[in-house]
Write a protein that binds this ligand. Sequence first.
Ligand SMILES: *Cc1c(COP(=O)(O)O)cnc(C)c1O
Length: 369
Amino acid sequence: MAVPPELAAAELTINLAELVENWRMIARQVAPAECGATIKANGYGCGATEVAQALWTAGCRTFFVALPVEGKQVRDALPEAVIYVLDGLFAGQSDFYIAHGLRPSLVCPEDLHEWADAAGGRHKAAVHIDTGINRLGFDHAQAEALSADADLMRRAGLCLLMSHLASGDDETSPSNANQRDRFAGLRTLFPDLPASLANAPGTFLGPQFSHDLVRPGVALYGGNPLTGKPNPMRSVISLNAPVLQVRDVAAGDGVGYGATWRADRPSRVAIVGVGYADGLLRAMSWPAQQDGPAKVCIAGQMAPIVGRVSMDMITIDVTDLNPEQVRRGTAVELLGKNIGVDDWARWAGTLSYEILTSLGRRYAKVYSS
Ligand SMILES: *Cc1c(COP(=O)(O)O)cnc(C)c1O
């Protein structure tokens, strides 16, 4: 259901032009490897259909989702795209994948046999081999056995060798070189298969990580792929909401549930109708988890969120702002030029991934390009 902006607490703007620029930046960085796009979890909260269409128009041809239902959504938007389902072949669901032209990323011998029997060499799939994250994927012995069975590979329509990095965002982690070397070893077992290792962070680790195809996700949406370094990506989303009320708070009075913040001077507090039900996580409550307090931007000035984040509201200390500039109806930037998803992530003690995928369903969503 589309939410009209004047009836919603906030307007979430997704700038598809900036998203496309982020994709192009990574595409240039990994060329001549192909740059795909990971658009699982509803395009990291930005809208899988809109994101898929914008990237397709920009030249992206290969898309990765987590679930078969997500794959169908992308297929409905893009009849010709290549779509991989990262969570594997769901038991008994080969027909669904085949009907919608979805390629499973086969994660275990059971997946592979079930798919080979259903596909009979007429439909394609990737094979995912674990190189150290110990999540989904064939182990090394299973991969070796598979590589010796040419008929099984043919019946499964294998067309891509895939693995996933555990610590790509940390260029100092020795596990990157370990996984790179194990993946190089696997490529010699499957010399005919194109290969894909890098997520968004992995595309910043250098050409040895790009192989034939990369699968960036978070960076497309403006999240920083490099922990602890400046963010090379453009900001894609902004979130703006009006002030609902401004109230005076006497020195010594508490604000919000549990009165976790008390005014140490006569104060003014602005209330905005966005809360944890909208993805402004309760962990951002005063004094926040890291680098707090969490802040918003009003008329070009930063102001702290004080007290607890409620389900539908936050309270902001605007005592230091010009009262003329903070009134009922004044626009408040929650995310945008001055505040990014990685700022929210630090304040909440989490990652931009969780911030993006928690973005609320009550916002009026606007796409700009
Ligand atoms: C989520 C995911 C990606 C994309 O990861 P980002 O860190 O968001 O770039 C790539 N590959 C696999 C297997 C994934 O699960």
